[in-house]
Write a protein that binds this ligand. Structure first.
Ligand code: NAI
Ligand code: MG
Length: 498
């Protein structure tokens, strides 16, 4: 070892990382995506002009540049889409053999794989997420969901032993903007596998991958009307929810809208699943492998700019290792690369919308005002577009808004604990209950914690890991119903006695 390298090795953990090695830009090409200037609504197997005659422009949040014009579907458009789905349900989809339905789903999965680069680039352009994530997480998982549920399509009687599963009919599905294509897959794959037809509404800021998916539906030669995609904002969503001929609503989004939907549906007999917000605790015990845990903390809150319902937004650290964890975390945050979502080296991309950026800004300001200590690594944010630097708050009291409310941005609030009981009490002290993380060497402690955490998903020594075979969903204000796995089918079937 040379003298210089010895000196480098002796540098304390907290020292700033030398920035001698700059990354050269490595942008993914936009050429693989061919956008139309304007899109209609995908109803009955073809694009039609909106009867509402209303349109809006969808943008690239990293550059604030327009990408395309899309339709704002009105009441008559929603009705037209539901009618198309009803006709397809009655005339084709509920009648064809389940093994044939499976073939269509396998076909969709394979086409998504084949066209994954195109989809990944478009997802990053319209949503602001780093290409590394859309390419390595969103797309492979979306295809995996179709593969997984394709496998169930002709085996439903094994999913529900001694019961006779029957499709529900037409499912209305409303999804958010944080994982546009992946949420589409979570919704459409189980619904079709179980024999339902769908009308899906993507979020207003991220309609483009859902519109590109219409191309996949046609390529797979799905019978017309089995999948209908209508774009528009919350008004369109509300029309879909209240349409009398929809049998089931599946919603992912804010707790506020979820509650409103539940009120609308009360007493109608329509089935409902809600996947809402979260404020997950990521709990680090003193025997945890700390470097691995720090990676898990970063992945837990800075993945997808923190626009993740199950984000590990409350870090609970055992008091004895607090200083070490925080200094390692800050050092790691200095290496995060923020910027162009299409650059393959980017770790943190753009905030999805101006509205979301303002919400993050005001919650962060409340943290400062209430007395928490803020840290952001030195980084240069692009001038145009919506950006927020990775942020960590220490000296946080449980009563602060940043410890209670879902921020849905790259903002972490740190709390400490002394005993497992105290960790459980703090972790469960939230109206939400979607997910949690536990980091410890002890297997027995993992199991004991998982038993007592009121959260639908508990990750042990990892975070934000998804698999189509594993059910996902919440407790309390995080919603009800499960997506993924055999459980995910249950929301799309009626069960008769065999
Ligand atoms: P939102 O709940 O308003 O939007 C989600 C979806 O619901 C979109 O497709 C939207 O068009 C639709 N929608 C809105 N109002 C509706 C209504 N009355 N009836 C039917 N559909 C309706 O969420 P928003 O405003 O985009 O974000 C606000 C906050 O919600 C975020 O800051 C975040 O905290 C949380 N959120 C949580 C998500 C999750 O995955 N759990 C996803 C998106 C947002
Ligand atoms: Mg909203």
């Amino acid at each position: 070892m040379t003298k210089d390298r010895r000196e480098l090795a002796r540098r304390p953990d907290t020292a700033a990382i030398p920035t001698a090695w700059e990354y050269a830009p490595a942008p993914e090409s936009r050429e693989v995506v061919r956008l139309q200037d304007r899109y209609g609504l995908f109803i009955g197997g073809q694009f039609v002009e909106p009867l509402s005659n209303e349109r809006y422009t969808t943008i690239d949040p990293a550059h604030e540049e327009p990408l395309a014009e899309v339709a704002q579907a009105g009441k008559a458009d929603v009705d037209r889409a539901v009618k198309a789905a009803r006709a397809a349900y009655a005339e084709s989809w509920s009648r064809i053999r389940p093994s044939e339905r499976a073939k269509y789903l396998f076909r969709i999965a394979r086409i998504l794989q084949e066209r994954s680069r195109e989809f990944a680039v478009l997802e990053s352009m319209n949503g602001g997420k780093p290409i590394r994530e859309s390419r390595d997480v969103d797309l492979p998982l979306a295809a995996a969901h179709f593969f997984y549920y394709a496998g169930w399509a002709d085996k439903l009687e094994y999913a529900f032993p001694n019961r006779r599963p029957r499709p529900l009919g037409v499912a209305g599905q409303i999804i958010p903007w944080n994982f546009p294509l992946l949420m589409l897959a979570w919704k459409i794959a189980p619904a079709l596998a179980a024999g339902n037809t769908v009308v899906l509404k993507p979020a207003e800021t991220t309609p483009l991958t859902a519109l590109l998916f219409c191309d996949v539906v046609r390529q797979a030669e799905l019978p017309p009307g089995v999948v209908n995609i209508i774009t528009g904002d919350g008004h369109t969503g509300a029309e879909l929810v209240s349409h009398p001929d929809v049998n089931k609503i599946a919603f992912t989004g804010s707790t506020e809208v979820g509650k409103a939907i539940q009120r609308t549906l009360a007493g109608t007999g329509k089935r409902l699943t809600l996947e809402l917000g979260g404020k997950a605790a990521n709990i680090i015990f003193d025997d945890a492998p700390l470097d691995q845990a720090v990676e898990g903390i970063v992945n837990g809150i800075y993945f997808n700019q923190g626009h993740v319902c199950c984000a590990g937004s409350r870090l609970l650290v055992e008091e004895s290792i607090y200083e070490t964890v925080i200094s390692k975390l800050k050092r790691r945050m200095q290496t995060l690369r923020i910027g162009d979502p299409l650059d393959k080296n980017t770790d943190v991309g753009a905030i999805n919308s101006k509205q979301q950026l303002e919400k993050i800004g005001s919650l962060v300001q409340s943290g400062v005002d209430e007395g928490a200590e803020i840290y952001q690594p030195p980084c240069k944010l692009p001038e145009r577009g919506y950006w927020f630097a990775p942020t960590v708050f220490t000296n946080v009291a449980q009563s602060y808004r940043i410890a209670q409310e879902e921020i849905f941005g790259p903002v972490l609030s740190v709390l400490t604990f002394r005993t497992p009981d105290e960790a459980i009490e703090k972790a469960n002290n939230t109206p939400y209950g979607l997910s949690a993380g536990v980091w410890t060497e002890k297997g027995s402690r993992i199991l004991a914690m998982a038993q007592r955490l009121r959260a639908g998903v508990v990750w042990a020594n990892t975070y934000n890991r998804f698999d189509p075979a594993s059910p996902f969903g919440g407790y309390k204000e995080s919603g009800f119903g499960r997506e993924g796995g055999r459980h995910g089918l249950e929301s799309y079937v009626a069960l008769d006695d065999a």
